[in-house]
Design a protein around this ligand. Structure first.
Ligand code: GMT
Length: 382
């Protein structure tokens, strides 16, 4: 099959899923065409089945906001036509689903029907998508897609709750490549970070408000009063300077290290003992799955799709948003004993295996087949 994949090329979860899915499909023998404004962050190596088409936006003094959707739709028309794509799969509804709909309509005038699948990732529905500045277009482009998937049951339900949706949404969970994300021996890292055998807590995010990264530092403060520990903060984003200020206020700068954006995240997860995800909203929590694959238990909130991933009392614990004391108490429960920590580690790893790329990519392939089959009828109607 020849598949066009559209997504954000950044380190964000939807971009990671789009890229890893494309690579998984390429490994399965499909021809994959990434169409976006920059080479995706995780597209690091040459692959014979992978192609990349850059969307270039023209600047003009009149444009205060360069019209990316128009440039993307035009690029989609070109790539679908000349590469003879069978299907377009767009990740994150805004603005990709609307641009794909526009491209589909243009191609129809030339007699080509291109089925479009939209994958909903989270904030495209929950925080941004349901804002009235975007919602009519989001609802319309979901209803007009040939197939729609959501990354958790909760996100699927929220989509029905927020919008008037007249179609089926399939749940296909986020996934993980267990060949890459696994616990590897990095004892020299561990010694450098925690020279006296301290426990290592970790948080990975884009430090946006929705991640409530300040709760990570508050939880860490309570934990470190009881258990000698270190905290690693991976990623970057708008809240970073507030977080640095909080570290100084708590006199914890020697215990907390900001490592910025990292590519080999599995190496850092491999030396960690506990992952913290205190988000206010999280449709799935891919970063937590990456931790679990590296045998790191998770303390998370109980929002969104997190209860579908993190099992309370087994792979970690789930607490209410903002319940810093509860999260700290649960963290201490896991970290106080090597034996308990080991139990949580192995349960986290067992749960991660349910989301193995080898399990999930075939679900996407089957869904593509189903949508292609159904679109044969739509083609006739169109
Ligand atoms: O908000 C983010 O962390 C980035 C965002 C994205 O779309 O890039 O992540 C969302 O999609 C991920 C992949 O499907 C999910 O694992 C994250 O839970 C989701 N984030 C939120 O819902 C806040």
């Amino acid at each position: 099959m020849k598949i066009g994949i559209v997504g954000y090329p950044t380190y964000g979860g939807s971009g990671v899923v789009a890229t890893e899915l494309g690579l998984g499909l390429a490994n399965a023998g499909h021809q994959v065409h990434f169409i976006t404004y920059r080479r995706p962050a995780r597209l690091l190596h040459f692959h014979e089945n992978v192609f990349y088409h850059e969307v270039t936006n023209e600047d003009y003094p009149l444009f205060e906001y360069p019209p990316y959707e128009t440039a993307l739709a035009s690029k989609l028309v070109e790539v679908v036509k000349f590469e003879k794509l069978d299907i377009l799969h767009v990740h994150y509804a805004i603005p990709h689903a609307a641009a794909a709909y526009m491209a589909k309509k243009i191609l129809l005038t030339e007699g080509k029907y291109i089925p479009v699948i939209t994958t909903l990732h989270g904030t495209d529905i929950t925080l941004v998508g349901n804002n009235k500045a975007f919602s009519p277009v989001v609802a319309f482009s979901i209803n007009k897609s040939d197939g729609v998937t959501a990354v958790s049951e909760n996100l699927r339900q929220q989509t029905y709750d927020y919008f008037t949706i007249n179609r089926e949404i399939e749940v296909i969970y986020n996934f993980i490549d267990l060949d890459r994300f696994r616990r590897i021996n990095k004892d020299h890292f561990k010694k450098a970070i925690a020279p006296n055998g301290e426990r290592i807590l970790i948080h990975v995010s884009n430090f946006r408000k929705v991640k409530r990264s300040e709760d990570v530092i508050k939880v860490f403060k309570l934990v470190s009063e009881r258990i000698p520990s270190k905290l690693l903060l991976i990623g970057d984003g708008p809240e970073r300077s507030n977080l640095e200020a909080l570290c100084r206020e708590f006199h914890l700068c020697d215990e907390i290290r900001f490592l910025g954006k990292q590519d080999a995240i599995e190496e850092i997860l491999s030396v960690s003992d506990l992952f913290l995800m205190p988000s206010a909203s999280e449709s799935f929590g891919l970063a937590a799955l990456e931790a679990m694959a590296c045998e790191v238990p998770v303390i998370s909130t109980n929002v969104g799709g997190l209860p579908e991933l993190n099992i309370h009392g087994k792979t970690g614990f789930l607490d209410d948003v903002g319940d810093v004391e509860g999260m700290a108490a649960h963290a201490i429960e896991i970290l106080s004993s090597d034996e308990v920590l080991e139990q949580f580690r192995s349960a986290a790893f067992a749960q991660a295996k349910r989301f193995d790329i080898r399990v999930i990519v075939p679900q996407y392939e089957a869904y593509y087949e189903k949508v292609l089959e159904q679109s044969l009828h739509r083609r006739e109607e169109a």
